[in-house]
Design a protein around this ligand. Sequence first.
Ligand code: NAD
Length: 357
Amino acid sequence: MPAFDLRFVYDMLPSRVVFGVGCLDKLSEEIERLGASRALVLSTPDQSDQGRKIADRLGARAVGLFDKAVMHVPIKIAEQAREQAKALGADCCVAVGGGSTTGLAKAIALVSTLPILAIPTTYAGSEMTPIWGITEDGLKKTGRDPRVLPRTVLYDPTLTVTMPPMLSATSGMNSIAHCVEALYSKDANPIISMIAEEGIRALASGLSMVVKEPANLEARSNALYGAWLGGLSLGAVGMALHHKLCHTLGGTFNLPHAETHTVVLPHATAYTASAAPEAMSRVARALGAESAAQGLYNLAASLGAPTSLAALGLTAADLDKAADIAVQSPYYNPRPITRDGIRALLQDAFDGRRPSQ
Ligand code: NAD
């Protein structure tokens, strides 16, 4: 039961979710429901075949495929996609893929108001958020805009079975990070906290099976259900230290997105633990662990995911610069941010040390 002095603000985001094995069969029906008939399908070059199959499935309702989505939405690619959408007279975007492809659809929606139908194939969760990001001159600008929130999301676990076990593990840990930070967000509310705790539980149990049996649809369904809840949490409430650190490490040192989240999460959690006991006990409970930080570290290790920043290519000489950048502008965290504290956290993450509590 929540405490008596209960105060919160909760903005519910309007999106339609269709979930389940085989729900891709509803694609044409869902496009029609949006009032659209000229879809531009988006994918990465790796998922071009999948994009083509989606366009074929849509038949006359598809006007083309743009298959050049890449990580962090470079402005040049966004402009090309916007031009193609305009030239083809598209009236909606269908994004099939992970956060990179959804991010490209958002870059189009930001300047055109075209509705997005997202078909996620990773656990990144971007499809449930009104957060966009575009990279220009090496800097990633991000913002929130209701226009970029996908109007419809089709979660078909069948499409995730091709996700390699390692991408599954790290992408899933990325989603768990959304849930963990939602639990101690400055905007935390009881509904999102229930959603976030359930997300951690579903992801942890789903991922443990997914890495052993990537084609197991029950495990894939659990993990994708958890990823939906992680995306909902990220879209609904503000994040804190962990996301800020990962943004710094990804942006300045070009570290891979999902892997960086996986390595940093146990250490950011250990740093914040003493200031957010209720959130920590919910994380630990969802993981079936004694301690939130150790439980997260053990989960990542048991999935065979990377546990040190050194393994991701960061060098010891980068740690001071990373700590400086991470404390440059103030932001919310339950435990206040200090330069020394962040430097020590980064050292632990660099070494891949198991959190001590
Ligand atoms: P990604 O979309 O870059 O995908 C990684 C690679 O895996 C790509 O080559 C992709 O084609 C491939 N892939 C995806 N699904 C696959 C599948 N089922 N089978 C085989 N290969 C598959 O990676 P991601 O982790 O999903 O997304 C990361 C990006 O999303 C980052 O740029 C991050 O900043 C952004 N993101 C944004 C938000 C938001 O709310 N705006 C939220 C989370 C992540």
